[in-house]
Write a protein that binds this ligand. Structure first.
Ligand SMILES: Nc1ncnc2c1ncn2[C@@H]1O[C@H](COP(=O)(O)OP(=O)(O)O)[C@@H](O)[C@H]1O
Ligand SMILES: [Mg+2]
Length: 245
């Protein structure tokens, strides 16, 4: 049996029937504002705070100040001491730190080894486009670089969570991108309409070599962070099913 690790998002480990396979990789994808960054932050924060796994958060989406503030507003109050103790490391848009920061994938791998990092979150896949602007339009080469990076993460013994954006919120209309197929797992975040408002939802589309639930679950975001309501079914979906009776 492969060792499973906790995701740091309440309820998600039950959906995954125990957690994520240690040393695997997973893509968290969905429309803007669906909670992807928050899930990635929780993966790193609770990994370091509760499970003794040092984490690296690579952000191309938000400034470190904004991330720090939203983490603290969303239940991750002890972020600063964890960062001070090098249990969590934030790296921002590596391409913009050419003046002395990390300039390459090689630099990141060295950092992972030096700081004994066990969890890496990449927010988002756009990172590779910053790193290799010349791959613009060359999707095969882009895919190859992502695959190589994932292999290096595996070799370094890291569990790897990547975020990507998509334009569609409706699970039924969702189409897959070529990049989706390289990941061992895919978690989809979305919103479904519930009369005059939207409900946040999550489903697991893929988890190679692992059993998982195929249901759609409601999620909530509040002052204690993002939670999956594991024992509830979204009202709107129940209603849709009832419509077929
Ligand atoms: N303090 C808060 N309380 C409730 N919801 C919040 C709070 N802070 C942020 N959010 C919600 O979290 C969402 C942002 O989640 P985020 O992880 O940044 O989304 P994504 O990365 O998918 O774009 C926002 O759309 C907002 O509705
Ligand atoms: Mg985000």
């Amino acid at each position: 049996m492969a060792e499973l690790i906790k995701t740091g998002t309440p309820g998600l480990d039950q959906v995954l029937k125990g957690g994520l396979r240690k040393n695997s990789n997973v893509l968290v994808t969905g429309a803007p504002g669906t909670g992807k960054t928050l899930m990635a932050l929780q993966f790193i924060y609770y990994g370091a705070r509760d499970y003794g796994e040092n984490g690296l958060f690579i952000s191309t989406e938000e400034s470190l100040e904004v991330l720090d503030q939203s983490a603290k507003n969303l239940g991750m109050a002890e972020l600063t001491p964890l960062v001070q103790k090098d249990k969590i490391i934030f790296v921002q848009k590596p391409i913009s730190t050419l003046r002395g920061g990390i300039t390459s994938i090689k630099g990141l791998i060295e950092l992972i080894k030096k700081k004994n990092i066990k969890r890496v979150a990449l927010d988002s896949l756009i990172f590779f486009e910053y790193l290799y602007p010349r791959f613009d339009g060359n999707r095969m080469e882009f895919r190859r670089q992502v695959l190589m990076f994932m292999q290096q993460m595996k070799k370094a013994g890291v569990t790897f969570l990547t975020v990507s954006e998509r334009a569609v919120t409706d699970f039924d209309r969702l189409t897959y991108d070529m990049m989706d197929f390289v990941f061992e797992g895919i978690i989809l975040l979305s919103r479904v309409r519930k009369g005059s408002y939207f409900e946040r939802v999550l489903t697991v589309a893929k988890l190679r070599g692992q059993d998982h639930s195929l249901d759609v679950y409601p999620i909530t975001i509040g002052s204690d962070g993002l939670k999956v309501l594991f024992d509830q079914t979204p009202f709107s979906l129940v209603e849709r099913e009832e419509g077929f009776k």
